[in-house]
Design a protein around this ligand. Sequence first.
Ligand SMILES: Nc1ncnc2c1ncn2[C@@H]1O[C@H](COP(=O)(O)OP(=O)(O)OP(=O)(O)O)[C@@H](O)[C@H]1O
Ligand SMILES: O=P(O)(O)O[C@@H]1[C@H](O)[C@H](O)[C@@H](OP(=O)(O)O)[C@H](OP(=O)(O)O)[C@H]1O
Length: 623
Amino acid sequence: MEHVASRLSLKEGTGEGMRKIQIKERNAEDIGEEKKGGDDTVFTSENCRSNWRFPASDGTVTVHKVKPKLCSAKAMCFSSQEPAHSLTEPEETKNTPTTPWQAAESEPGSCEHLDQNQAAHVTGETAEDEKTNRKGEEDRVEERLEVDDKLGEDNWGGGPRRKILNMNDKAKAELKVRRARLGGEGEVTDWERRKRWARTGRGRDGAELKEESETEIDPGLDGARASGVERGPECFSEGETEKSSISHTLLSRMLLHSSASSSSSSSSFTYSSPESDEVFSENEATTTRRQRMRKCRSWKTFTTMMQWSVRRHSSWVQLAGHQGNFQPSEGGEVLKRYNAVESSCLQALMNDSLRQFVPCYRGLTTRGSESYIRLEDLLSGLSCPVIMDCKMGVRTYLEEELVRARSNPCLRTDMYQKMVKIDPAAPSAEEHAQGGVTKPRYMQWRDSVSSTSTLGFRIEGITAEDGRVLRDFKKTRTSAQVTNALLSFTKRQSHILEAYLSRLQALSGALKESEFFKTHEVIGSSLLFVHDRTNKANVWMIDFGKTTPTPSSVHLKHNIPWVEGNREDGYIIGLSTLTLLVKEALRQAVGQHHDEGNIPVHVDHQTGTQHRSQPCEITHNHI
Ligand SMILES: Nc1ncnc2c1ncn2[C@@H]1O[C@H](COP(=O)(O)OP(=O)(O)OP(=O)(O)O)[C@@H](O)[C@H]1O
Ligand SMILES: O=P(O)(O)O[C@@H]1[C@H](O)[C@H](O)[C@@H](OP(=O)(O)O)[C@H](OP(=O)(O)O)[C@H]1O
């Protein structure tokens, strides 16, 4: 196989040159512009997580910062469901933390196990120091929480915990001391409040939160219900205590807000300091005001933790794709970052025979300055859904990407690093020296080490019922490996496999009828397999960001090998093989194991027919 990189004649960016280069950095949006020919650059240091390198004729290299793909189980777990036990049992009694936050809490010496003096001892403070530094500490932690809030908005769940995970012991101890101080003796700690909140409202639905909180007896929540939720946030009587008036106001606002919006988004629970200020009258004495401010800060901590809690307990999971592409929403829908190509595909699909296989498209919306596509949430209404994302087709890049890379070769250091991580021997000597590879080079290599090139699809990720996210399928290449993954994904439940099989067969029928399919090159699209503990199972077509209409002169077959120029995507090759492997998994699940443990699959790609024959691996060296 000839790699595109070698055909691209990369003249610049040698190891020597790279040391002398001037680095420019752009953000992901700029890259979109770049694709359209834009050229706004910002000069910074090379400190981005992932980037593209653009060698130029003057020896400089432009580095483009890109939005990372979700790539670790850890990152996913922050936005995914957690096992039910972690929501209902008191975590501090266990020695097995399940989240970074819990890990921080349950570490030996953690503040949950310390009184104030002990906590102060951990930080090495005297009582005098403590008094002097109190304000500074509060401000520092406050600052950190604000940063966390911002990160949370950007990353939807990943940011804050990643921050907490990275906190060193001193910082943890600081936070503990602050919490001990702000919480005050005898008060329920923020952590306990957060757990109670989790117990009382783990759903995304605001109504459910409210209803459950009414049955749960908690001094704070009950008070809020009695004084805030039922009467409205502004209805506190003069005689109410300072504590109840402050905490209940804020809490009841939160409950009302969540109830009104039924949203789990971070914005639903963002309470700024000015808002906290509203609960004070102008003529309060300064000391009382300061004390109350402190309590408000503790409430801010509480609300921040609840944001994490709500995010963590959302049933929505983004299994694959680009980080930051999705926003939570209410009403059984998800918001996907606007992409004109995808949006027009979805519109067309709503009037096509494939409609029943595509999440309902509900138009566009904006959040801040960003536009989003409103999509039916395919996990809505499912109980502990288990999902698998299979990227379809024999290639995952567009022909245009190859052409563009030839005329404007851009080196991607992030892709080089991903490549080396999977196989240190994969890059050529030149690529090692450059520390970068072109995107097509990476994509073609990626397709070839996974099952994309050979089977016409690959598994991108699988989530299990217990919330674990498995994304290590980059080298899952053979039909036997895929079958094993299917068996593990379905836990060998034959009725689930049967349901998937019949859905795939129905999809095959619908594709034959589809006008959309006849006239589009479907690249990088996935089939999302979803089942749950109540035996619901379904398969959906998602991700049309790289699905493009073909010129009227091109009539795609979708079941023949790709050669550059014919624009074939191999979608039917993938669907045929996948269907056959689900059948094989079903056969194994009901006990008829194949002697050799390998799957005898043969797909005739010219005719699209499949039959079983002597064990063989399908190979299509299209590239
Ligand atoms: N309508 C939906 N309902 C529920 N979950 C969805 C929906 N659409 C996408 N997802 C989740 O988000 C993940 C990524 O979706 P998608 O492939 O559309 O994102 P992407 O960022 O465009 O991906 P890529 O980077 O591969 O182009 C899926 O694997 C799935 O877990
Ligand atoms: O799965 P991996 O190994 O992480 O590789 C990514 C995957 O191939 C995506 O399909 C691709 O996005 P597109 O399909 O949108 O091109 C992304 O390119 P990107 O980093 O340029 O977004 C790659 O990094």
